[in-house]
Design a protein around this ligand. Structure first.
Ligand code: F0G
Length: 498
């Protein structure tokens, strides 16, 4: 008899077209990361083997989405694709009005401009970089009201994205409802490690705000992944479809900003969704100024069509199971080796706790930035810093912010990589963890004024690399040794033959 509990699952798709990857040597990678100022954002993608920088716009589209690209109606106004997207978005999220934008931050810009007046507060469940920046540009001040557990990477709270209702209530009471622009409620909170909110918490947070006449706008960028966790973890929803949970998440809110480059399975696009007719009118008007006419919002007709098809695919149960399952697979391999990661595992990536991974690197020496650079040097895997560099400086005092979480994000693009790729990533990270003493810190050589993590440059605090060679190994002209003792004797990025 077969033990059904031991059956493996695999991706609900097969590969129709491949994009060959360039293999590099450790010396190639040392050179590339130095040229990039030790910032993985500044690497050229051709120098990257497995690209886990982000899950944003890096999705593989389906054959149906590619076919839909041929149906682009590239009219300036009133494109047929807009109306198909409008219908798909309304079915999936339930809001009445759609204003398309070139990507998520375009929607954040419009929403911030129409809803925030100088001096207003914008409470939210942990900040997101672009969201907070647009809120501040509009004269607002972001106030974090997420539950304390979100700041503790070891807490196993199932909904670490939840709003702390007591914090929110206190803020409303102390500031006065008139000074609160809206609640900015993110689903599957990115900066907390892809942590979901419960439906109960979404309902209660919305009810509390509405009782004070305060609107709630979701950042529904990863709401589908949030819906999956609600079905898995929140009592009462195990038999609901993902599509139904998604609509239920949105039903309580007044609108949403969405980066379609995540859940919606496209490479570019965003949406501002609203219920209120007057706000929608204002948003359409501003859209014309900043994005493009309100029926294309900075996108080509074919992009709108691919998004409409992606929105239909994103709620399919087999898809979302495989998507979140792949993230969990990588996390399980790292946990087996006791690598410190944020738990519970989130929906879009595995977050390494760099401050625990590199206890010998001071916060000022930017352990997460250094660890991301070291991972790249070791295996050509590109990750992203999500710690002090991302947090930037306090907008009033100008002091560096040191958030509780100092993380490196291994972000998994949707439908792009296989389990073998995940094994390569896990082996590199585990190896580095076992040899963490070889990793040293960084310091800034260039710090941009806005969203500094994208373009900042760094140099090693000691020597000319962040990943020292092991005793007995040395850089040379010949094939440099790989980090791993388990690996073959070539320094090519390991290729597994399944
Ligand atoms: N909101 C969230 C939660 C996001 O993760 C992002 C983007 C945005 C808004 C902005 O959307 O990029 O389309 O303008 N996150 C990317 C990331 C950049 O890598 O996490 P965008």
């Amino acid at each position: 008899m077969t033990d059904r509990g031991r059956r493996s699952w695999a991706e609900p798709w097969k590969i129709k077209m491949v994009e060959p990857l360039r293999m590099t040597t450790r010396s190639d990678r040392e050179q590339a990361i130095r040229a990039a100022g030790y910032n993985t954002f500044l690497l050229r993608s051709e120098d990257v083997y497995i690209d886990l920088l982000t899950d944003s716009g890096t999705n593989a589209m389906s054959d149906r989405q590619w076919a839909a690209m041929m149906l682009g109606d590239e009219a300036y106004a009133g494109s047929a694709n807009f109306y198909r997207l409008e219908e798909a978005a309304r079915n999936a999220y339930g809001f009445r009005h759609l204003v398309p934008t070139h990507q998520g931050r375009g929607a954040e810009h419009l929403l911030s401009q129409i809803c925030i007046r100088p001096g207003m507060l914008v409470p939210g469940n942990m900040y997101f970089t672009t969201t907070k920046h647009h809120q501040e540009l509009a004269g607002g001040r972001f106030v974090d009201v997420i539950v304390d557990e979100a700041h503790d990477p070891a807490s196993l709270h199932p909904f670490k994205g939840n709003v702390d209702l007591a914090k929110l209530e206190r803020l409303i009471r102390e500031a006065g409802a008139d000074r609160v622009a809206y609640l900015s409620l993110e689903t599957c909170v990115n900066m907390a490690g892809g942590q979901p909110c419960s439906l109960e918490n979404i309902r209660e947070a919305c009810a509390l705000c509405h009782a004070h006449g305060i609107r709630v706008f979701l950042d529904a960028t990863r709401a589908v992944e949030n819906a999956w966790f609600i079905r898995e973890r929140e009592p009462g929803y195990a038999h609901w479809s993902i599509a139904r949970i998604l609509r239920e998440i949105c039903r309580h809110a007044d609108g949403a900003t969405i980066s379609a480059k995540k859940d919606c399975l496209v490479n570019i696009g965003g949406m501002l969704l609203l219920n209120d007719d007057d706000l929608a009118e204002e948003a359409r008007n501003l859209c014309v100024v900043y994005e493009g006419l309100h029926t294309y919002g900075g996108l080509a007709g074919r992009d709108l069509e691919a998004m409409a098809v992606g929105i239909n695919e994103m709620v399919q149960p087999e898809y979302i199971h495989a998507r979140v399952g792949q993230v969990a697979y990588l996390a399980d391999r790292l946990l087996e080796a006791r690598v410190p990661i944020v738990r519970p595992v989130g929906g879009h990536g595995v977050f390494l706790v760099a401050s625990e991974f590199l206890p010998h690197v001071r916060r000022e020496a930017l352990p997460a930035q250094a660890l991301a650079a070291a991972i790249y040097i070791d295996s050509g895997v590109r990750a992203m810093e999500r710690g002090a560099v991302s947090a930037g400086r306090d907008s009033t005092t100008g002091e560096n912010l040191y958030p509780a979480l100092e993380l490196v994000r291994l972000t998994i693009p949707r439908r792009v990589y296989t389990q073998a790729h995940m094994d390569v990533v896990a082996e590199s990270v585990i190896d580095l963890y076992e040899n963490r003493d070889l990793i040293t810190g960084l310091r800034f050589t260039y710090e941009p004024r806005r969203l500094r993590f994208f373009q900042a440059r760094f140099e090693p605090e000691q020597g000319d690399t962040v990943l020292r060679w092991r005793a007995g190994e040395q850089a040379g002209d010949g094939p440099a040794p790989a980090m791993s003792t388990r690996r073959s004797d070539t320094d090519r990025v390991p290729v597994r033959h399944p």
